[in-house]
Design a protein around this ligand. Structure first.
Ligand code: HPA
Length: 234
């Protein structure tokens, strides 16, 4: 048991999928895993361990934003020895060629600030995905026929953004989409020598104002779970 995770030693797998929403963790575990066991419900941040094609997997909610994800990722890595951490979530599209429902696989994640920023002082660290996971996820997404984009994303501290000028600069510099967690996940994985990746579905678009209808969200989320599982065990 840690401060925020109630699992007993050994109840967390080496491979952890991290959706922001704990109820998505429940749905994904019940839909894709066998022999599922609830391993965490502290603060309602549900976590489940089961098996996929014989491989042990944990699906643990991260909550929204980098401070929340940082708590869970730190404890999963340092207290439960998680080796592979894959965020599955949604993002806002920031390029005209990026459409609603497309998949974005984040090669890098830029930030204005993250829980780790303080240790870098004047240094602009570039959080980056594990290449093996990234290559395997791209192959899986393309095999499924998903329209897939690979490149940089922006991990923002705010959902209700008051800096349209900053978003403009991100778009101008090729950033594909905005979400709120990946940069801290990549930084922690690098710090502790673990593998990390973020696989995202475009749920809304900053320029067009389009948004994914609620009934499509489950199907898109299911595709991401499969991509993440295939990438983890390739
Ligand atoms: N901004 C930040 N995070 C997000 C968004 C967004 O537009 N869409 C989905 N996650």
């Amino acid at each position: 048991m840690t401060v925020h995770i109630g699992a007993k030693p050994g109840q967390i797998a080496e491979t952890v999928l991290m959706p922001g929403d704990p109820y998505r963790a429940k749905w994904a575990a019940e839909t894709f895993l066998k022999d599922v066991e609830l391993v965490n419900e502290v603060r309602g941040m549900l976590g489940f361990t089961g098996t996929w094609n014989g491989h042990r997997v944990t699906i643990q909610g991260s909550g929204m934003g980098m401070p929340s994800l940082s708590i869970y990722a730190n404890e999963l890595i340092n207290e439960y020895n998680a080796q592979t951490l894959i965020r599955i979530g949604s993002c806002g599209g920031m390029q005209p060629q990026v459409g609603i429902r497309d998949v974005i696989i984040a090669m890098t994640a830029s930030t204005l600030n993250s829980p780790s920023s303080g240790i870098f002082k004047e240094f602009n660290y570039a959080p980056c995905a594990d290449y093996g996971l990234l290559a395997a996820a791209v192959k899986s997404a393309e095999t499924k026929g998903c329209k897939t984009h690979v490149g940089g994303i922006y991990s923002s501290d705010v959902f209700y953004d008051e800096r349209p000028d900053l978003n403009e600069q991100m778009t101008r510099h090729g950033i594909l989409g905005v979400e709120m967690e990946a940069a801290e996940l990549y930084t922690l994985a690098a710090r502790y020598g673990r593998r990390a990746l973020a696989v995202l579905t475009v749920s809304d678009h900053l320029q067009t104002g389009e948004a994914l209808p609620a009934e499509d969200r489950e199907r898109s989320f299911g595709e991401m779970v499969e991509i993440a599982l295939e990438a983890a065990f390739t």
